[in-house]
Each structure stands twice: as C-alpha cells, then as structure tokens.
Design a protein around this ligand. Structure first.
Ligand SMILES: C[S@@+](CC[C@H](N)C(=O)[O-])C[C@H]1O[C@@H](n2cnc3c(N)ncnc32)[C@H](O)[C@@H]1O
Length: 238
C-alpha cells in the first residue's frame, strides 16, 4: 500500500458503485479483532493504534473525510464519529466540524475538547441518534454482522448523511496488506486484525445495502480505491 499512489475510481451516479476489477474477494466473514480485547494502554494496543495511524495516512483517510465534509456537510450541522477510538480523525476534522462528537467503547481521549460530546458506550445501545444529522465512521462498520448492521441502519434512519471509510474486501487488498505490513514494521496484532478486517470489509455499495438504506429515501455513492478502501457517502433525499 505504501508504494502505490491511491487511485480513486471515477465518481459514480446515484446509488451506484463500481467494482475494483483487479481482484476477487469472497464471502464476507466477521470475526473478533484482537485490539478490541486489549487493555487500551497496553503496549500491544498502543503499537496497533500507531499502525492504524500509518495505514490511515497511506490510505489518505483524513484528507478524504475532510474533502467530503467540506463539500457536503451544512454549516452548524452536528456530526458524530462512531468508533472514534483515540480521536485521530476527529482532531484532523475539527476545522471542518468544530463541535464534532465522538462515540467509542474507549474512554474519552485526554485531548478531546471539553466542549465536544463524548459517548463511551456500545454503539448498538446508543440512544441519542436524533441529535446528529451527520454520522461518520472510519474502519468501524466492518465490526458488525448483517443483523447488527441492519439494526444500526434503522437507528441511522433519522440522519441526513452517513460517511464511511472501510476495508475493501478483495484478494488484492489482502495481498497489499501482507506486503506492506512487514515494510512498516506492523505489530502482530495489526497483522492479525488487518486480515480479519479485510475479510469483514465491503464491496461496491454493500455497506449501504447491509444498513438497509431505502433507495426511495437515500441516495448514495460508493467508491473503491486500489489501495483497499471501500467508501460510502449516503445522503437523504431532500
Ligand atoms: C479499528 S478501530 C478504528 C478506530 C478509529 N476509527 C481509527 O480509524 O483509528 C475500531 C474502533 O471501534 C471501537 N468499537 C468496536 N466495537 C464497538 C462498539 N460495539 N461500540 C462502540 N465502539 C466500538 C473500538 O473500540 C475501536 O476504537
């Protein structure tokens, strides 16, 4: 992944997606990730979060979210990042969404602004969705099986916009990850979780369909990058 320039396939029309034709990718498999079971301050968890920062850098994650949000999010709209982890992405997005709220199983990050909400909770039991017209998630939705995603989609039904960046489930992504992991000195936890995450990732507009977004109510655009990201921007029809 480190050695190639990210190529984003051409933008697509409403409720369309395009396949990265260079790779196959099998049935989606959801399995537990090691990082989720580690004490957040353990050396293994710290190392794996450092690797996530590197991978997000290689994938151009922060820039992509920033660009989409600058273009699509309306002034004053409340934004919630689900699975916000240690707040890396939020830190980058503050200039675009100053009051951005975070949700994670983890405790509020030490440098999270006092004026911005933080919810330490399981996303599946969160109840304050109606406060947030814009919901974003990075490397998060792939944690959930189809029934959980359908439940989450029902909760998100009141939102105006959903923005997600997830692993692309292809054999090419898996091969690139195997190649890059040793080059970047990835921790064994990252190597394990990366494989699990890719197998649980998405193709085309699979995430929108698993969330069971109603095409009469939503339009969406799904993109796949050659470096292994599957990206969704879903917006409620006005
Ligand atoms: C792979 S990490 C991604 C973190 C961050 N978005 C990033 O890109 O660096 C997934 C995050 O989801 C959180 N998470 C997993 N399951 C969750 C759940 N059921 N509810 C809330 N957060 C969850 C984990 O604690 C972790 O911080």
């Amino acid at each position: 992944m480190a050695l190639m320039k990210t190529k984003i396939l051409p933008k697509l029309g409403i409720n369309q997606s395009r396949q990265n034709s260079a790779a196959g990718g099998g049935v989606r498999v959801v399995a537990p990730e090691s990082l989720d079971g580690l004490p957040p301050d353990s050396p293994e968890a710290r190392a794996s979060r450092r690797d996530l920062r590197v991978l997000n850098g290689l994938l151009g994650t922060n820039a992509w979210f920033g660009g989409v949000m600058r273009e699509r999010v309306r002034a004053g709209e409340a934004v919630l990042e689900i699975g916000a982890g240690t707040g890396e992405l939020a830190r980058h997005l503050r200039p675009v969404a100053p009051g951005l709220a975070g949700l994670d199983l983890l405790a509020r990050p030490g440098d999270w602004p006092a004026t911005a909400p933080w919810f330490q909770t399981d996303v599946l039991s969160f109840a304050d969705w109606d406060r947030f017209p814009v919901v974003i998630g990075n490397l998060f939705f792939h944690h959930f099986d189809p029934a959980q995603l359908a439940g989450l989609g029902a909760q998100l039904g009141g939102a105006r916009m959903i923005i997600a960046n997830e692993p692309l489930r292809t054999t090419l992504t898996a091969r690139l990850f195997s190649l890059v992991s040793p080059l970047m000195g990835a921790h064994p936890v990252t190597r394990h979780d990366g494989r699990i995450s890719i197998a649980a990732g998405f193709r085309h507009d699979e995430l929108a369909r698993l969330l069971q977004l109603d095409p009469e109510v939503w339009h969406w655009r799904a993109e796949e990058t050659w470096l292994g990201a599957n990206r969704l921007v879903a917006e409620r029809r006005s």
